[in-house]
Write a new protein. Structure first.
Lengths: 332, 214, 332, 214
């Protein structure tokens, strides 16, 4: 394993020291491993809290700031944070207007956030709402499974719900916007390599030279199927077609993200974006906004994911609103 | 020699032995989780059990409920992931069921473990055959109870539970996962032992070993 | 080789299609492979032109926009662009106030920009100034070599000189600021893996599991020496010490960048940043501004570089000025 | 049979043969550039020579200067990197030196090649022993001139140049690079043949082969 770390045990603590040093506009609670905005939540503003395992950076810590999250709880690598972290963060960020928990749909994340909310309900009068993101079309959605994973749409949701909160919408309205984004967003990913969890010390799975995994998530887990490596045009087709089969994106403006999983150079993401756009154009889908880069990653995994969000005037307006975070910034 | 009770010391010994076993098997657990999960079950369990042992050594307890509530809370606050809430709730419920006693008799232990299982189900909604730790916990407790009826020996019951646990663990291999991360794999989860089932089997190995010592 | 491309021959053209599709605020000349701001250079504003081989993204195309570059010429992977590209871009971006060429110090880049400037002089009356960036302390600076490479300082220079131009400073003043940045900035890099040039199809060099290359540049070229892999603290020392030995950074505010070379996750860059800060603190060096992320990359190379710039009030002021590009954006 | 001149057709053949040789050797050239550079010399040379051949086929020329100016400009505008301006200037100067003729005699070719070398030096400032294409070009031209004095045969001179080119190429291996990208490696550049030296040696191989055909 080759990593720029001191040890697998200290990687999270060390990186939080780096985050605190690099970003004076953030405040890091090193004991509870929570990243906050330095300024407390404005009175009356709904607070947004998210969190998850480490290894997906910039998600979530990189999205704390004006126009997006109020705090992010960091778990161990690929392991959701714990309920006490969510409780502590909920107490700190609440300004009286309530807190929205943004949870990616993994059993661990869901249970830990659930327990955190239970503790908050027992200990405080804080109003907590929850949105569970489950946008990954690679996973069959069935009542007999843990359901779809939360992947790329999480980024768009945190941006858009963050803008709604910043505008002064109340908890019910912010939650409704968040749910709308989740219901209107779909993602699909591909890996050209696995990734190496520091504590595991070797890649989670092995991919031969001529192979790729279609339908991977963001934890280096194996995907739905292994297929021969193909050119960018064909890979784009394999990612976009299942998305379009799952939801009708015609007749509305869309927001499209081509997201790198960590080990893929930007130039390849732009090549993929070009191919995605060709397919969408042929399908008569209007792309109103684009995002190309590393936003929700899986450590050093090579590959990418495509997310398409069916938007409307309100979502576009919220998307365009100013945002000022380490990972996403415009208009401010 | 037959044993009727398990003492606070033995219960602490159980947890210590479990810590040692997950530490010994850390790579194996992570390997299993690499195949159908995200390669962190080994480090999750060792991080949690190290924290548990640290806590036990730092603040000695006098009652069984105190012990297991502490263990449960420590796991809940130090592990995260799926195993943190599940193992955490398991031990929390054991504590609540056991109450402020300093030893547990065999039926008391059986009841406590079953309460723990109830906690796991309440949290995770797993059913038999979902390919989770449930598939070890449930048959192990059934075997514990059945053995107890026949032999009235807590050590013998624990050995029976461990046997059933191993069988339950191995029986997860052919299953299609329906809960947790492995469920994303669908049919590709077939042929792999569930990592949580494997760690839960170690929990019964630890119990059997500690009770055999006497 | 595993890459999300259609073919090594089309990677540059395809990625430019993606850039154009993703960024309506940019205009791409696909024939000459030049990325421009969509709006022409404001009358009286000095224009900034840079360019280089592809594979260092977001550099340079990702730095075209308000407050930074006016245009970037893209070459083949790791190959400088050609003089006709520089001539064309120079003609397009000049608004009458002259054009500053920002050139990284590689024989190819220097010669091609030189020929571009010669052509511009022969064909037009446009005033062209040149700054050659050579900040890599890994390379011995001697009159018997091609001199030091231009690496991380290029990013800071493009930002700062871009702000000076945006403020309305004239060509001499903008050039002076650019030279000041180059003279005050130093970098050093480390690689944990090589990278794969698409046309070559395999990694430029091989690194064994327990090894790293100290003193690499941004072209996947071997570095100064190969040493056993070490922890982040030790790697930081190996990068920062040669920089501090080369220039006295005490008594001035510094701007510090920890830059990923493409294949290294953000979390590791923050771990490295934490270690770099510890060393600088111990050395009594004041860090005024920080930048952590992938800004000047070497395709999929795993590793990072550290850049330290000795600033002053003026440089900090220019650093803080609004910038709005795909790769760097704040205040606007 | 001795030859005195080289025709426009033969000069075109030279370029065609050079294109074929760099295409055949593309991996070898890139391999050399991987060791002490950035792994693009093979693709730089093939991209450039493919563009040259395309241009030649698209717009036939009637004079040597026209041919080589076109070749030089095509290389300058299609290659980039260090080799683009260097090979580009080399051919541009050959064109200027040759003038609007349709054949070159042996001294004319020698003078043109030497003008090309002058262009390379003007652009890149390389000196003997810097471990660049200069270390092939210079001895190859010296050998060409020397052979010509003795045998007055352009084919023989080209063969001599090619021999010297190969020797010059191989002699770059023990050198420490002082120009171009390889100079960043310092002592680590020792033991590797310079990629530009290798491609330049192919240029003389092409010339020798094309003149031998007659
Ligand atoms: N809903 C559930 N009910 C019971 N056990 C579960 C459930 N979901 C997951 N598990 C258990 O948790 C184990 C995984 O734990 P771990 O790897 O530590 O967490 P994570 O899956 O969050 O990475 C699985 O192997 C399975 O036994
Ligand atoms: N200053 C110079 N003078 C002469 N030849 C040079 C000089 N610098 C580099 N070269 C030649 O150029 C070759 C490298 O070409 P190439 O790999 O195509 O470009 P780059 O180095 O820009 O990647 C070297 O092997 C060397 O022969
Ligand atoms: Mg996990
Ligand atoms: Mg796991
Ligand atoms: Mg090059
Ligand atoms: Mg090269």
């Amino acid at each position: 394993m080759k990593k720029l770390i001191n040890s697998p045990e200290t990687v999270l603590a060390d990186s939080l020291i780096g985050v605190a040093a690099a970003h004076p506009e953030l405040r890091v609670d090193h004991v509870n491993r929570i990243i906050y905005r330095t300024d407390p939540t404005r009175a009356g503003k709904v607070a947004l809290l998210s969190g998850g395992g480490t290894g997906h950076e910039p998600l979530h810590g990189g999205f704390v700031g004006v126009g997006m999250l109020d705090a992010a709880c960091a778990g161990a690598v690929f392991t959701s944070p714990t309920p006490d972290q969510m409780l502590e963060a909920t107490k700190v960020v609440d300004s009286g207007a309530g807190v929205l928990h943004i949870v990616k749909n993994y059993t661990g994340d869901v249970m830990n956030f659930e327990m955190g909310a239970e503790l908050a309900a027992a200990e405080t009068g804080i109003e907590v709402a929850v949105v569970v993101v489950n946008d990954d079309v690679a996973v069959e959605d069935s009542t007999f499974t843990a359901g779809r994973r939360g992947v790329g749409t999480t980024v768009l949701l945190e941006k858009i719900a963050g803008a709604a909160a910043e505008e002064g919408r109340d908890l019910a309205a912010v939650t409704a916007v968040a749910r709308q984004v989740n219901e209107s967003g779909r993602s699909m990913g591909v890996a050209l390599s696995s990734c190496t969890v520091p504590a595991a010390g070797k890649p989670t799975f092995e991919l031969a030279e001529g192979e790729m995994e279609i339908g991977v998530g963001i934890h280096g887990e194996p995907g739905r199927r292994r297929v021969p490596l193909a050119g960018a045009a064909e890979v784009a087709r394999l990612l976009v077609e299942p998305i379009l089969a799952d939801l009708d994106f015609t007749g509305a403006p869309t927001i499209v993200m081509v997201n790198g999983l960590g080990g893929t150079p930007l130039i390849e993401l732009y090549v993929m974006y070009a191919e995605v756009r060709k397919i969408l154009e042929a399908a008569g889908i209007t792309v109103a906004r684009s995002l190309v880069g590393n936003y929700i990653t899986a450590l050093d995994m090579a590959g990418c994911s495509v997310t398409i969000l069916k938007a409307d005037e309100d979502l576009l307006h919220l998307w365009d609103a100013p945002v000022n975070t380490a990972g996403l910034r415009w208009g401010i | 020699m037959t044993n009727d009770t398990i003492s606070l010391d033995q219960l602490t010994g159980w947890l210590t032995r479990f810590r040692d076993l997950v530490t010994e098997q850390v790579s194996y657990l992570t390997e299993l989780d690499s195949a159908i999960g995200d390669a962190d079950h080994g480090s999750n369990m060792t991080r949690g059990m190290d924290a548990v042992l640290e806590k036990i050594q730092a603040s000695p307890v006098v009652a069984v409920d105190e012990l297991f509530k502490g263990v449960g809370m420590t796991l809940v606050t130090s592990v995260g992931g799926a195993s943190g809430p599940l193992y955490g709730t398991f031990f929390l419920r054991i504590g609540t069921s056991a109450g402020p006693v300093s030893t547990l008799d065999a039926p008391g232990l059986a009841a406590a473990l079953r309460a723990g299982l109830g906690g796991v189900v309440a949290r995770g909604k797993a059913e038999a055959g979902d390919k989770t730790m449930f598939d070890v916990l449930a048959p192990a407790l059934d075997a514990f109870d059945a053995d107890l009826v026949v032999f009235s020996d807590i050590s013998s019951a624990a050995r029976a539970a461990y046997s059933a646990a191993q069988a339950g663990r191995d029986a997860t291999a052919p299953l299609i996962a329906r809960k947790g991360r492995a469920s994303y794999l669908g049919e590709r989860s077939i042929g792999h032992i569930d990592p949580g089932a494997a760690s839960t089997s170690l929990l019964f190995q630890a119990l059997a070993e500690i009770l055999d010592k006497e």
